[in-house]
Design a protein around this ligand. Structure first.
Ligand code: SAM
Length: 256
């Protein structure tokens, strides 16, 4: 199975679970203030979320008053996003699409790759194609925001487990345990889930692979795609990268 097929297979099985395992309340607290600051400081009014997943940023940024659209390559994630966005009437803002084939379409003031999405592309060539797609979708003076895992740090520590997620509410219980395998050219996240509804637990293991794109290489590829003024942070408070050595990388770059 090639990496595109394995990505489709993962998200077709995981689309219904994605919102159960993602700590959305924590992400809103961390990201809302960051986006308000960065988007307003860069005079952004239109945004394209290039890996929109289940529609979180389309929803949050639309509520904040920006003109937001989303694309995602997975029909199952787009379906889930449309379902999530329907009550607010934002569902027509998301479409299926490949970030690598964005050139020459509509232009935006800001493009996003949030939640460790870019490393779904395997190999520097595909990462560069994705970055060129994002660059091509930007107006002159536009801003690009990329958020992903800090693979330098992950490979330094090689932690086999990262903190698990457990939640119990009126609907039932959701538990997710992550086990990570580190290889030279890929990192494999195995996600064990136990989802209980009405006393019946459902067990599954979903596996997703990422390209362990190091920060220095991302910086070089951003420059090769045409981006300038590339800044990197290690959290959404915009602390300079390297201060604490967190597991997050946030890059903000400009199309001049
Ligand atoms: C980890 S999810 C992130 C979703 C969301 N951005 C977030 O912050 O939670 C990655 C998403 O990227 C999408 N994706 C992967 N490759 C893509 C591509 N070439 N073009 C568009 N979307 C892609 C996947 O289908 C998936 O929904």
């Amino acid at each position: 199975m090639n990496s595109a097929e394995s990505l489709h297979r993962f998200y077709s099985g995981f689309a219904g679970k994605y919102d159960l395992f993602m700590p959305w309340d924590q992400r809103i607290r961390r990201e809302r203030r960051f986006f308000k600051y960065v988007l307003d400081a860069n005079n952004v009014s239109s945004v394209l979320d290039c890996f929109c997943g289940t529609g979180f940023h389309v929803d949050m940024l639309s509520d904040m008053g920006y003109d937001v659209e989303g694309i995602d390559i997975s029909p199952d994630m787009v379906g889930k996003a449309k379902e999530n966005l329907k009550t607010k009437g934002y569902d027509s803002r998301v479409q299926q699409g490949d970030v690598k084939a964005l050139e020459n379409k509509k232009k935006y003031d800001c493009v996003l790759s949030m939640g460790n999405s870019l490393p779904h592309e395997f190999g520097d060539d595909n990462i560069l194609r994705a970055l060129k797609g994002m660059y091509g979708a930007l107006n002159e003076g536009g801003t690009c925001v990329i958020h992903m895992e800090n693979f330098d740090r992950l490979y330094e520590d090689r932690e086999p487990f990262i903190p698990s997620m457990h939640r119990r509410d009126g609907r039932g219980t959701d538990t997710f345990i992550f086990a990570i395998e580190y290889y030279e050219k890929k990192v494999v996240f195995n996600i064990l889930s136990v989802i209980e509804r009405g006393g019946l637990p459902e067990f599954a293991v979903d596996t997703v692979e990422y390209y362990p794109l190091k920060t220095g290489r991302l910086r070089e590829l951003l420059a090769e795609a045409g981006f300038q003024d590339i800044r990197s942070y290690e959290d959404f408070k915009m602390s300079p990268q390297g201060k604490e050595g967190t597991y997050d990388i946030i890059m903000v770059a400009k199309k001049q």
